[in-house]
Design a protein around this ligand. Structure first.
Ligand code: ATP
Length: 386
């Protein structure tokens, strides 16, 4: 088991690409931390630096308090599981799983019987006993991924590093294997660092999630904290499906949020935040589930109701997503209960209630800091305007 500390780590590739900028992160023993962000934000580079597969340009990396910047990957005692499984095609499942222990049998003081027992124990816990003699090509994608997991687990490493391990699986298997990884972590409690671009995977797996953009950490906090109190507009738009809606407008008469020819009455908490900010232009952030159609248009002009033109209605079974636009060209989406959409049709202009007391107010700037985020929230490393 291990702690992993990254201090002011940066990575510039030989061609001058700056992939990671000055990131600091303390990963606790037993913790499951997920690095999440869009393609190219530096997740894999960060993971590969921790694994020792990529040089660190500047900063320090410590595992269990030991400086490991220049320690070879094999001497870091961590196991990495890749998206493409990286199994040896000519070896059976058994041999794939036993390989790393057999290579270091003398060094680790293991007998063949001990290795056999370890491989079978892990294979049993992953439901692989029946396929131990098969070659990887005779396995399903899900089974291959479990062999890759098993191969990492038999080593009993200090930490697991996962690089998009579920990307090659179909949607159903992805959800099943995700649950399997969570179960394994609950049993083994091995410190885990997991990379994904999928915010749902990050939310369901992580004790903490680290949201990255352009090589910079935007927010690092438990999943619910990130969802409920996003540090800035980027995080707010990245975490949550459908994503948060953003309405650009300004504060008038100290309490109204004016956009186009409509206005919403800000609740006291948001009005106070807006007044304290000392400027008048803001972006209001509204989660789709905070919007619901109101039965009749007679609510038009009421302080917590906005008017929008419906473009598409998407039934999802238990819920419905209504895509619509306000001020002609600002797209918004509302997620509501099926029965609330009766009588509505694409093309209609309709009134929508907004639970304004749960909305967020962002700075109208490139970073878009969340001004309504409680002061008690964890500090973040948001320091970039890129
Ligand atoms: P993805 O989800 O697409 O894998 P990522 O968040 O893991 O993306 P990285 O693979 O870490 O991102 O890449 C970060 C940046 O570094 C990108 O701009 C990428 O093009 C660049 N990069 C990655 N590897 C190299 C390399 N060997 N040489 C130069 N630039 C690189």
């Amino acid at each position: 088991m291990a702690t992993v500390e990254l201090e002011n780590i940066s990575k510039v590739y030989p061609d001058g690409t700056s992939a990671v900028e000055n990131i600091s992160l303390n990963i606790l023993d037993h913790e499951f931390v997920v690095l999440v962000g869009p393609s190219g934000c530096g997740k894999t580079t960060t993971l590969r630096m921790i694994a020792g597969l990529e040089d660190i340009s500047s900063g320090t990396l410590k595992i269990n308090g030991r400086l490991v910047n220049d320690v070879a990957p094999k001497d870091r005692d961590i196991a990495m599981v890749f998206q493409n499984y990286a199994l040896y095609p000519h070896m059976s499942v058994y041999k794939n799983m036993a390989f790393s222990l057999e290579m270091r049998r003398r060094e680790l003081g293991l007998s063949k019987a001990m290795i056999d027992q370890r491989v079978r124990e892990v294979a049993k816990s992953l439901g692989l006993i029946a396929v131990l003699e098969r070659k990887p090509r005779a396995l399903s994608g899900g089974q291959r991924q479990r062999v890759a997991l098993g191969r990492a687990i038999v080593r009993n490493p200090q930490a697991f590093l996962f690089d998009e391990p579920l990307s090659n699986l179909d949607a159903k298997l992805r959800v099943e294997t995700r649950a399997e990884i969570k179960r394994l972590h609950l049993n083994l409690r091995t410190t885990t660092i997991y990379v994904t671009h999928d915010q749902e995977e990050a939310m369901t797996l992580g004790d903490r999630i680290v949201v990255m953009k352009d090589g910079v950490i935007q927010q690092c906090a438990p999943p619910l904290e990130v969802y409920q109190n996003p540090a800035n507009r980027f995080v707010a738009g990245f975490v949550g499906v459908p994503p948060m809606n953003f309405l650009r407008g300004r504060l008038v008469d100290n309490e109204f949020f004016l956009f186009g020819n409509q206005r919403l009455g800000l609740p006291p908490n948001l009005a106070a935040v807006a007044r304290a900010a000392g400027n008048t232009d803001f972006i209001l952030g509204i989660r789709p589930e905070l919007i619901s159609p109101v039965a009749e248009n007679r609510f038009k002009g009421v302080a917590n109701v906005l008017n929008a033109r419906i473009s598409v209605i998407e039934p999802l079974g238990d819920r419905v997503d209504i895509r619509m636009s306000v001020m002609e060209n600002v797209p918004m989406v509302c997620r509501t209960e099926t029965h609330r959409t009766q009588g509505l049709a694409p093309g209609d202009e309709a009134a929508f209630y907004v639970a304004l007391n749960q909305c967020h107010l962002f700075e109208d700037s490139p970073v878009g800091l969340n001004l309504s985020r409680p002061q008690t929230s964890e500090p973040t490393a948001v320091n970039s305007t890129r």
